[in-house]
Design a protein around this ligand. Structure first.
Ligand code: SAM
Length: 211
């Protein structure tokens, strides 16, 4: 991932933000040391952002597509009330085994349920309403995830989609994933069921509020 905001500015912004909880710092370090694509993990700044959104919404039902080693799941769960429940979807048994180990050590871990199969299979079994959805999985799947998730979100609920600026490649798309993100962004831009804003946080996050 090529940073969109300069690394100095990112570092400065993080210094002015809440510190990274020790367990998440340990999870991030293990992910960087042991995973092939550690940059997939949302990390400190975006973790704080996710936690803030969950807190502001007092989100009791949250759906996440793309668990990986569980950093974003734990960040979301930390912002949810005590009786909140997070369903998170992934297909990778190795990365999610790391996630499970850290969830087991966290006071928020018992809010999280992992669905280990293709997300579309899980989404077909779910009923709404959800307060918050976070889409952060395979890019060619984004439009299908969006279409499955929008009806599950309550009015006033929020959908977040990660990597919508895709290291800036949205401006000159060439490869399959570049084109998938560009098509997803156009799809959301046309969607009158939501009000939305694309944020230049980290790799770009779309925040959409269901009407
Ligand atoms: N949100 C995670 C975090 O902060 O650590 C990062 C998620 S990573 C960008 C994308 C994840 O999507 C990978 O762990 C991958 O296994 C998962 N994935 C890919 N295809 C999927 C599918 N069809 N259904 C569910 N998950 C999928």
């Amino acid at each position: 991932m090529i940073p969109i905001v300069s690394e100095n500015i990112e570092a400065y912004a993080l210094e002015q933000s809440s510190p990274e909880p020790a367990l998440l710092a340990e999870l991030a370090a293990e992910t960087r040391a042991s995973m092939k694509s550690p940059q997939m993990m949302v990390g400190h700044a975006q973790g704080l952002f996710l936690r803030s959104i969950a807190t502001m919404l007092q989100a009791r039902r949250v759906l996440e597509i793309g668990t990986f080693t569980g950093y974003s799941s734990l960040s979301l769960a930390a912002g949810m009330p005590g009786d909140g429940r997070l369903i998170t979807c992934d297909v990778d048994p190795v990365a999610t085994a790391v996630a499970r180990r850290y969830w087991a050590r966290s006071p928020y871990g018992d809010k999280i349920t992992l669905e280990l199969r293709p997300a579309l299979e899980t989404l077909a079994t779910l009923s709404g309403p959800f307060d918050l959805v976070f889409i952060d999985a395979d890019k060619p799947g984004y439009v299908a995830y969006w279409e499955a998730c929008v009806p599950l979100v309550r009015a006033g609920g929020v959908l977040l989609a990660d990597n919508v600026l895709w290291s800036g490649r949205v401006l000159a798309p060439e490869e399959k994933d570049d084109l998938a993100i560009v098509a997803f962004n156009a799809h959301v831009a046309r969607d009158t069921r939501v009000d939305k804003v694309m944020l230049t946080v980290r790799d770009g996050i779309t925040l959409a509020i269901k009407r």
